[in-house]
Ligand binder design. Structure first.
Ligand code: FES
Length: 113
């Protein structure tokens, strides 16, 4: 169900498995929304914790994404860099309801910096 707290950003079917899309938010940042192979949806700030690489252009594996710039792996669940790398990017609350992707509205309006 869509409530005042959640923003409907479109049908989940338009986001292919292992794909990503972006959503611009206030302050000039972007949210990257990912779909895993098993259909789970995650959202992160679209800026790698290393040097702000566009994570939406990375490769999704299981529940992580590999940054397209220098190959850090970032957890889609926690936003933390994996392996020996250190850093974290904010995660954004997201859910699927009735086949629609819903993003927590407060994070869209307030920005994700
Ligand atoms: S900017 Fe992502 S690994 Fe360097």
């Amino acid at each position: 169900m869509v409530t005042a707290d959640w923003l409907d950003i479109g049908p989940v079917d338009q986001l292919p498995a292992l794909g990503a899309r972006t959503l611009a938010v206030q302050g000039g940042e972007e949210i990257a929304i990912f779909r895993t192979a098993n259909g789970d949806i995650y959202a992160l700030r679209n800026a790698c914790p290393h040097k702000k690489g566009p994570l939406s252009q990375g490769i999704v594996h299981d529940t992580s994404v590999t940054c397209p710039l220098h190959n850090w792996r970032i957890s889609l669940v926690t936003g933390e860099a994996l392996g020996g790398d250190k850093g974290c990017v904010p995660t954004i609350p997201v859910k699927v309801d009735g086949g629609r992707i819903l993003i927590h509205r407060g994070h869209v309006l307030a920005g994700v910096a």
